[in-house]
Design a protein around this ligand. Structure first.
Ligand code: IMP
Ligand code: MG
Length: 180
C-alpha cells in the first residue's frame, strides 16, 4: 500500500487503509441490515464525494431499497461563503419516504444542515444520516449523524471519494495532508 501520495502541489500520508475502510463499511451495512424492520428506504447519496462509499455500502445492504444521487449547487458570488442553494438531480418524490442520507464527510456541518432543511421541505417520513467521516472538533452545527464510520481530526483528507482540487477521489485509502 502506498504510504505517501503527491497530488498537485501537496503530499499526503496514509491515514485510513482501504482494508480498514472496507471493514468499517461492512460493519455499518450489517448494522443497517439488523436494524431494518421491513422498511424500504431511499438512500440519498450526496455527490461527488460519497459515490465510492455509497457503492461499497449498498452492495452489502440486504433489504429492498431505492438509491438516488443528488448534487448540491452553491452560490459563489464575490461575498458568498459557499452557501448551498439547490439540490440537483432529485427526480422522485420524497413524501412519506424513509430517507437515509449518505455523505462522505461532515466538517462544520453546514452542508448537512442545509440539506436537512431542503429534504424536510419535501415532507419525508423520516431522515437518518450516515457519514463515513466526522470532523468532530470542526462541527459547528447541531448535527447528530446516526452512523459515523470514523471520527477524524480537523485536518485535510483525500481519497476514497474525497478530493483535493478535484483530484484524488480515486485513491483506495484515505490520506492526510502533510503539514510543513
Ligand atoms: P461542511 O459543510 O463544513 O460540513 O463541509 C462538508 C463538505 O466539505 C464535504 O461534503 C466535503 O465536500 C468538504 N470537505 C470537508 N472536509 C474535507 C476534507 O478534509 N477533504 C475533502 N473535502 C472536505
Ligand atoms: Mg461532500
Amino acid at each position: 500500500m502506498t504510504k505517501e501520495v503527491s497530488i498537485l502541489d501537496k503530499t499526503f500520508s496514509l491515514f485510513i487503509s482501504s482494508d480498514k475502510i472496507q471493514n468499517r463499511v461492512n460493519e455499518i451495512a450489517s448494522d443497517l441490515n439488523k436494524r431494518n424492520n421491513g422498511q424500504n428506504p431511499l438512500f440519498l447519496a450526496i455527490l461527488n464525494g460519497s459515490f465510492i462509499f455509497a457503492s461499497d455500502l449498498l452492495k452489502k445492504i440486504s433489504f429492498g431499497c431505492e438509491i438516488s444521487f443528488i448534487k448540491l449547487a452553491s452560490y459563489t458570488g464575490t461575498t458568498s461563503s459557499g452557501k448551498i442553494t439547490t439540490m440537483i438531480g432529485l427526480s422522485e418524490s420524497l413524501k412519506g419516504k424513509d430517507i437515509i442520507i449518505l455523505e462522505d464527510i461532515i466538517d462544520t456541518g453546514r452542508t448537512m444542515k442545509t440539506l436537512l432543511e431542503m429534504i424536510n421541505d419535501h415532507n419525508p417520513g423520516s431522515i437518518s444520516i450516515v457519514s463515513l467521516l466526522l470532523k468532530k472538533d470542526a462541527l459547528i452545527e447541531d448535527i447528530k449523524p446516526d452512523y459515523v464510520g470514523f471520527e477524524v481530526p480537523d485536518k485535510f483528507l483525500v481519497g476514497y471519494g474525497l478530493d483535493y482540487n478535484s483530484f484524488g477521489r480515486n485513491l483506495e485509502s484515505i490520506y492526510i495532508l502533510n503539514e510543513k
